[in-house]
Write a protein that binds this ligand. Sequence first.
Ligand code: TMP
Length: 394
Amino acid sequence: MKCKITNKPIQPFINFGKMPIANGFIEEKNFSKEFFFNMEVGFNDDLSLVQLNDHPKPEKMFNENYPFFTGSSEYMKTHFKKYANFVKKYIKSNSKIIEIGSNDGTFLKNFNGQSNKVLGFEPSKNVADVSIKNGIPTLNSFFNKKNVANLKEYLGQTDLICASNVICHVPDLNNLIEAVDLLLSASGTFIFEEPYLGSMFQKVSYDQIYDEHIFMFSASSVSKIFQRFDLKLIDAIPQDTHGGSMRYIIKRNNNEINQNIKKIINFEEKEKINSLESCLKFKRDCELSKEKILKKIKLLKNTGKTICGYAATSKSTTVLNYCNIGSKEIDFICDTTKEKIGKFSPGMHIPIKDMDYFHRNITDCIYLFAWNHKNEILNKEKKFKGEWFSHVEL
Ligand code: TMP
């Protein structure tokens, strides 16, 4: 499927090659049926937007087997608690709150026992079921115009719509914004946070790019995209999550913008973050990063060192497939998610093992794929005295 939010063609600037579904952890019997797509990234000059050129159908990614649970990270649980506290200034008692991509209900749980009415939209059935079990009213469907049209008591009456690491997943962004517009009350607020283009360029964390991450936003692109719907970016607040994210606050056009926005947009202009020139520099940085990590792994293997991967993240699928790193280099990847354990990594087919296996089969070195959870993980694994490394600086 082509990702289109304007009719202007996007300018491709990097091709990561043949990619499987990032969260498509696979059993051996299904290796021959594995799905791949060509992962090319382009720049939309009109909207200052970095985006995938093409992507698999959302149903291929968000289905009854989606293996990601927000509650699997203590850090993320704390983050969602703080996020919930932050958004409270945008609601009163008896407010109506919707979360797009509510996952296992980790965020909405923070509004439990209050007078507010909450509703989650979660297209992946297995995670939506966990949320419902946690007592969070959840619709097991995609958030779009068609699916919000029947929510009579929410239309034009929703005080707050939130999302976290979700908006960049939605190919028909125009439809999503129209659905937000249908729901938001006159004074309503839409708040979402997403990995930030500026951080990805700075860290060369190209693993932020995978099938689910269709768009890589900046404050400038978000501002331009929402202006087309008479909605205004009134504030943007940097976040540490996902290796550098931005929280965007959107209101109807009659609202004042915070001075902070001007500072961030000036910074983006000064650093030329929203330009093809920066995209081309990023491409060169990715190629250097690939060379460097392959050299590092070769050196370790040549000196007889064993390596395992820590955390079978969606991001790791991009790194492993782009750099062509497989089970010859990495013995196994350990992870806490039961849906991934016993399967193999998408594309490169490295075995995924549980944490017990990891502790019983300690390797000399560990490739940290969840580099964005470094503090939480290094704290848990203090007994490991070997070398941690990654393609981003640890
Ligand atoms: P993600 O980067 O695609 O969100 O996935 C994070 C993965 O990292 C998820 O499979 C759980 C795993 N993980 C661990 O195995 N141990 C940990 O301590 C943390 C924080 C994450």
